[in-house]
Design a protein around this ligand. Structure first.
Ligand code: FAD
Length: 309
């Protein structure tokens, strides 16, 4: 039994999701090897080799892997797959793009978004928008798994001394090409990594009212999040959406303003350490999951809060 984890990185450093996924990989109880595929990413492999508990790091450098195109990474993972009982990746956009291809070509079922490991063959994953947890067993010879990284602590970044082995094979499937990347420019922390998240819902009323949240976010060093209703209404960009079809977050503090607490939104916030809700409707479902609730009109509460901070 051995586990291969596909690392997520930006060719310069490992993403936080990778460290959490290493913890999941180690919990399987077998040796853990990592794959760092990219271009000019030798420093990432060195970083990966320092993670405590890792046995070996495979480094695959080629232009074809630069942007992590799943079409090119899939055959690379399949090259290595024969030596492993478990193939893991974080359940990020990239992991969700890559692993189903790997599972399909290995002719096995994928176990998606695991939140706990009961044994090397049995895993826990959320179902019904996170309202229930299912214990699932995989009888496939190779388990292809994506890991919900908010459910696992980050593995220690140092203490390891793994061997780095370079892979020479290059796979360019030639069926996709990287065109461009447009990144939202923000001085604020990234939503899924932020310590504090301030989220607004349809109750914010309009785009301009989100400026009130931004002023507060600046004071708290927080990231801005939103509900699907707020995104659909055009109040904020869609990369701020939190929930079942948005981002899953687990900050130390989440403050939801003008958010009713629909299950699809709560699915994305319920692992937050402390949940605060501000809503003018005392019967809003969000108060059922909130640690602290303030029944108030946000137009009064937000300026007051900003003043107090
Ligand atoms: P509403 O439900 O309209 O709530 C607005 C709240 O604001 C109300 O509770 C109201 O009392 C309060 N309010 C109004 N004015 C004020 C004021 N002045 N001061 C204080 N409070 C005020 N939603 C997500 O968020 N994320 C998802 O990923 C997601 N995925 C979905 C997937 C599917 C398949 C489906 C069907 C739905 C999904 N949704 C998702 C939508 C979800 O069901 C809800 O419609 C949405 O979360 C509601 O957003 P909201 O709370 O902003 O709006």
């Amino acid at each position: 039994m051995a586990t291969l984890l596909i690392c997520e990185h930006d060719n310069q450093s490992l993403k936080a999701a990778t460290y959490a996924a290493v913890t999941a990989a180690l919990a399987l109880g077998a040796e853990v090897d990592l794959l760092v595929a990219g271009e000019g990413c030798a420093a990432v492999a060195t970083q990966a080799a320092q993670i405590a508990g890792v046995r070996k790091v495979y480094l695959a450098e080629a232009a074809a892997y630069a942007q992590g195109l799943a079409e090119n990474l899939t055959p690379l993972v399949l090259d290595l797959a024969t030596d492993y009982s478990h193939l893991l990746a974080p359940a990020t956009t990239q992991g969700k793009n890559l692993m189903p291809r790997v599972a399909a070509l290995l002719d096995v079922g994928q176990v998606s978004e695991i939140v706990a490991i009961e044994s090397p063959t049995q895993f826990v994953r959320p179902v019904y928008a996170g309202n229930a947890l299912a214990s699932v067993e995989s009888l496939d010879p190779v388990k292809v798994i994506t890991v919900r990284t908010t459910a696992f602590d980050a593995a220690p970044a140092s203490g390891g001394n793994a061997e780095v082995a370079s892979l020479t094979q290059v796979h360019d499937a030639g069926i996709s090409r990287f065109v461009k990347e447009e990144r939202a420019q923000s001085d604020r922390p990234e939503l899924t990594a932020a310590r504090v998240v301030l989220a607004g819902g349809r109750g914010m009323g309009n785009k301009e009212h989100f400026a009130l949240l931004e002023a507060l976010a600046d004071k708290l060093g927080a990231a801005i999040g939103a509900t699907r209703a707020a995104v659909d209404a055009g109040f904020v960009a869609n990369d701020t959406q939190i929930g079942q079809t948005g981002k899953i977050i687990a900050p130390e503090l989440y403050i939801g303003v003008g958010i009713s607490g629909a299950i699809q939104h709560v699915a994305g916030i319920k692992d937050s350490k402390v949940i605060v809700a501000i809503n003018k409707d005392e019967d809003a479902p969000i108060f059922q999951v909130a640690d602290y609730g303030l029944v108030a009109d946000l137009n009064e509460a937000l300026p007051e809060l900003a003043k107090a901070l």
